[in-house]
Design a protein around this ligand. Structure first.
Ligand SMILES: *[C@@H]1O[C@H](CO)[C@@H](O)[C@H](O)[C@H]1NC(C)=O
Ligand SMILES: *[C@@H]1O[C@H](CO)[C@@H](O)[C@H](O)[C@H]1NC(C)=O
Length: 213
């Protein structure tokens, strides 16, 4: 009886502690050279042609990983799956060229895009194998699955949309921002897939930096 009560108190304290601490990912993953690339994930180009909208993006930058907060982390040596969940505010920027249609309207233009994303939570599951090198064991991530969930909001600004036609641009921006969840689901998935692939490389390099024993 005494020990049950003791366990219950520990559990409650643990829950409270978890809620009031926030663990920045950069503290969790410190002391690794691979983490220099963490804050600077850049993708050269991405061409999306989906549901009528043709979007070419160049020099895509994902800013905000510096402030990412760790929500969950685990390594299961039985199933050989490592999983990490974190959330952050992110800003995605790129140079764009647009053609085709969106919301049944033509959408063309060329310029700079900035997309602040408030409170995006990402989850990555990585399958791994344990490898041995020079008598030491390492986790070697092999494959990944990533999911993202934007909990608050995303906002789109495409400069020079319709090559400067303000009226058409305002109308399209209103539609995009009213339907931000549609855009971040249907089109954002291509960007987050690339981002996830780059993040996976960072985690893989990190894992290969540290031996288990
Ligand atoms: C970020 O990465 C890009 C492309 O890899 C590189 O050109 C740029 O110099 C890097 N910036 C910083 C601050 O490291
Ligand atoms: C990762 O695994 C967990 C537990 O099995 C699951 O709930 C989650 O949906 C998975 N995430 C992805 C991106 O597959």
């Amino acid at each position: 009886m005494g020990s049950l009560l003791y366990l219950a108190i520990i559990a409650i304290q643990f829950t409270i502690s978890l809620a009031s601490w926030s663990i920045p990912m950069k503290c969790f993953f410190r002391d690794s050279k691979s983490l220099n690339s963490f804050n600077n994930i850049t993708i050269n180009s991405l061409n999306v042609n989906h549901d009528g909208w043709i979007l070419q993006a160049n020099d895509i930058k994902f800013l905000g990983m510096d402030n990412a907060i760790l929500d969950d982390f685990g390594i299961n040596f039985d199933t050989k799956v490592a999983q990490i969940t974190f959330h952050t505010d992110m800003v995605v920027t790129y140079n764009y060229k647009s053609d085709g249609t969106l919301f049944s309207k033509p959408i063309m233009g060329e310029g700079f895009t900035e997309v602040p994303i408030k409170n995006v939570q990402m989850n990555m599951n990585m399958t791994f194998e344990v490898i041995e090198k020079d008598g030491k064991k390492y986790i070697n991530p092999k494959d990944f699955e990533v999911s993202y969930n934007i909990k608050d909001k995303a906002e789109f600004t495409f400069s020079n949309l319709y090559y400067g036609d303000k009226e058409q641009s305002d109308t399209m921006h209103s539609l995009m921002n009213e339907n931000w969840r549609y855009i971040t689901t249907e089109y954002g998935k291509f960007f987050f897939a690339e981002f996830g692939a780059n993040l996976f490389i960072v985690f893989k390099n990190y894992a290969l930096d540290f031996s288990l024993c």
